[in-house]
Design a protein around this ligand. Structure first.
Ligand code: MN
Length: 739
């Protein structure tokens, strides 16, 4: 390594980097940075950006963004990692090599950033949640990873114009969804503002241009007007003996765009006219406020004191809006230089300086506690709940309210007393019946405001309702309510399942002991008895299957008792296999006994309460539109495995003669179809026989029917269809059997 004096293909970039360090970051080791630059420059070699610039210009720019952001607080590790952030991903350099040359800490940062490169947030919800977790966990390990990532994203956004349009849209949308809110949460207002404006420019170029033009058109007028206000304020502050600087504020296109979108008209948007007063002391902030209010009429409801009650990202300022003499409104922010620095670069930057990238509890609490909660939520939350939590943690503004004991609680804007109750304690939330705000009784959906004193009224009998989910705004409360409701549903299912099984055992006169039931549960893949009952109650497993395990000797007994003698010969229910049900896995399936479908029949599934899906033939009278509500019908496809057979009952009419039954049985056997039962009865020379055959599919069944029709004396062969709710089926009269 040739160190600071080394030669480079890009000496101008190298010089600019060193100059930036000289100007703003005296703590950083110049020699190590210069050596690192030479290494990176060689590694990226002739690689170019889409803009045609040498690739190394990108990493230098990322490093410079961080230097400008952190200024004197920039450290060497961060600078080196910023220069190296693409070297593992985009060149043949390995992480090991980085570690050998630049040390463990730098390598760890580069590794963290490299891992984030592959994360996309426009993907499936589940993947998106997972990627979020990864990012926030890497951030929990070292905040500097996110600093580099944000600087990287900012430079990429500044050079978006060289990319393909579809890529531009994706990156800009992701920036607006993820990185701008993240910068906001870290309190990096400057970066957030620029990310938002660049995203708007990429996503809504027409709207962006229009806002730019309208601002430009107003510029002269605006500057003249603001100039007057500024001068008058400056003089008044000076006269009051307050050392302060009055300045204009950068325009934030995106916030103007959002206000226009929200229905406001351009002329009425206050922060078109915004001023900022920077003082030396906190006390001077309040004195400056007095001067401003003395000079111009304040708009009362727009005053906010974020000095006494800082935002969670530690933002502090006084906000006030005053009416200038011309009748126009001017929003003024008043803060100290230190508050200003925190507002622009964030509390996180302060901690990076103070303790490297380590996120401790104190910092996490200031950031809204979401790092710790991410680790926690990873274990308990579903993806949807996690995304909800993040939306709350990252995107929302807060309100501050008090407990009756004057403890300050922070909630997202729009939160209700119910959110507050669950924040105090889960048990308080679950038993809430009402709330008082500032002593007044309010409905549970009342929106809390800054400074409200909230008192929760509970009752031991109270319980969460489904509609509470519509009332709460916080993911925490929502998750606790869902958990409670899930638990109650589970309890209901367990109780129902237990009752079903007990009733069936009684009916079958079976008395297995607890141990036998537990064994059966285990054999069916349940971890305990409750799980078995729950599955029974939810219809995920059938009573028949449980009974088969519990009392195999009694199989079919109940059915045999309940049916006529023909069924007693052995007609049972097919196990649930042979069909695919659209959109439903793991659901109990039975084949309707009324119409006995076989593969090849056009079929439909009907959802039955507690018994899963029952498969019927489409022409079964029990499925006719007026008998079954549309939302209970599901589409079913045959998926018969080889060797699977389905019972079909055939009703045969004919002229009675000797050995008719035997002849019919013979031709059926000749089609290689098993006869499960057969019976025949005659009356006035007319014979009526019922045959239960087991066929693999419709074609074979048709073969059987054709063969039976060919038997001498047979006049009619029908598949039985029985109307379930149209009264009892005609009793079958049995006589004899054949097999
Ligand atoms: Mn990069």
């Amino acid at each position: 390594m040739s160190g600071a004096s080394g030669s480079s293909d890009h000496p101008e970039l190298r010089a600019a980097l060193i100059a930036a360090l000289d100007e703003r970051a005296p703590r950083v080791d110049r020699d190590r940075v210069a050596a690192c630059f030479d290494f990176v420059d060689r590694a990226h070699g002739a690689q170019l950006r889409e803009s045609g610039q040498p690739f190394v210009s990108h990493v230098v720019e990322v490093c410079q963004i961080l230097i400008r952001l952190l200024e004197t607080r920039t450290d060497t590790t961060l600078s080196l990692a910023a220069l190296l952030h693409d070297v593992v991903e985009d060149t043949t350099t390995t992480l090991d090599e980085v570690e050998k040359r630049f040390g463990h800490e730098v390598a760890r940062l580069v590794e963290g950033v490299t891992k984030l490169l592959g994360l996309h947030f426009d993907s499936h919800r589940a993947e998106q949640a997972e990627n979020f977790r990864k990012m926030l966990l890497s951030m929990a390990r070292d905040l500097r990873v996110i600093f580099i990532k944000l600087a990287d994203r900012l430079h990429n956004m500044r050079t978006l114009e060289y990319l393909k349009p579809e890529k531009v849209k994706r990156i800009a949308a992701e920036t607006l969804d993820i990185y701008a809110p993240l910068a906001h949460r870290l309190g990096m207002a400057g970066i957030k503002r620029e990310l938002e404006d660049l995203s708007l420019k990429a996503l809504e170029p027409a709207a962006y241009q229009e806002i730019a033009q309208r601002i430009a058109a107003k510029r002269e007028e605006r500057e003249a007007f603001l100039g007057t206000v500024r001068t008058r304020l400056g003089e008044a502050l000076k006269a009051a003996g307050i050392k302060a600087e009055v300045m204009g504020r950068p325009k934030h296109f995106y916030s103007i765009y959002m206000k226009l979108k929200g229905g406001r008209d351009f002329e009425s948007i206050y922060d078109l006219f915004g001023l900022r007063i920077i003082t030396h002391t906190r006390n001077d902030c309040y004195r400056a406020l007095g001067v401003a209010h003395d000079l111009f009429t304040p708009v009362a409801e727009r005053f906010k004191d974020y000095i006494a009650t800082p935002k969670s990202n530690l933002y502090q300022s006084l906000h006030t809006t005053v009416l200038a003499t011309t009748g126009e409104m001017v929003e003024i922010q008043i803060r100290t230089r230190e508050m200003h620095r925190i507002a622009e670069t964030g509390v996180a930057a302060h901690y990076v300086y103070k303790q490297g990238g380590r996120v401790d509890e104190e910092l996490d609490a200031r950031l809204g506690g979401f790092v710790a909660q991410t680790a926690d939520w990873q274990r308990t939350a579903s993806d949807d709940e996690y995304m909800e939590f993040l939306r709350t943690a990252l995107y929302q503004e807060e309100v501050f309210v008090y407990t009756p004991r004057r403890e300050l609680k922070r909630l997202p804007k729009g939160a209700t007393p119910l959110d507050f109750a669950f924040l105090i304690h889960t048990a308080v939330g679950q038993h809430t019946v009402g709330a008082r705000v500032k002593g007044e009784l309010v409905p549970l959906r009342h929106e809390l405001r800054n400074g409200d004193m909230v008192e929760i009224i509970t009752s031991p009998q109270a319980q969460p309702h489904d509609d509470w989910l519509q009332i709460v705004r916080t993911a925490g409360a929502r998750s606790k309510i869902r958990q409670w409701l899930r638990q109650r549903r589970h309890d209901d299912s367990v109780a129902l399942g237990r009752e079903m099984l007990e009733r069936e055992l009684k009916r079958m006169r079976a008395r297995p002991d607890e141990k036998a039931i537990e064994d059966a549960a285990q054999a069916l893949g349940c971890t305990n008895l409750d799980q078995l009952y729950a599955r029974l109650g939810e219809g995920q497993v059938s009573l028949t299957i449980v009974m088969r395990k519990l009392a195999p000797e009694k199989e079919g007994f109940a059915e045999r008792l309940a049916k006529g003698p023909l069924e007693a010969l052995g007609l049972g229910r097919k196990p649930a296999a042979g069909v695919r049900i659209q959109g439903l896995d793991n659901v109990m399936v039975s084949f309707a006994r009324c119409c006995q479908p076989v593969p090849g029949d056009r079929v439909i599934g009907i959802v039955t309460v507690g018994r899963g899906v029952s498969v019927h033939r489409q022409d079964c009278p029990n499925t006719f539109a007026n008998r079954v509500e549309a939302d209970r019908k599901v589409e079913v496809d045959w998926d018969a495995r080889i060797g699977e057979t389905f019972p079909v009952r055939l009703v045969v009419y004919g002229h009675d003669r000797t050995s008719l039954l035997a002849d019919i049985a013979k031709v059926i056997a000749a089609t290689a179809v098993n006869i499960r039962s057969a019976g025949m009865a005659s009356e006035d020379q007319t014979a009526r026989g019922v045959f239960v055959v087991e066929v693999p599919h419709l074609a074979r069944l048709q073969e059987v029917i054709k063969a039976v029709r060919g038997v001498k004396g047979v006049t009619r062969v029908e598949r039985r269809q029985r109307l379930l709710r149209g009264g009892p089926p005609p009793p079958a009269r049995a006589s004899g059997n054949a097999g």
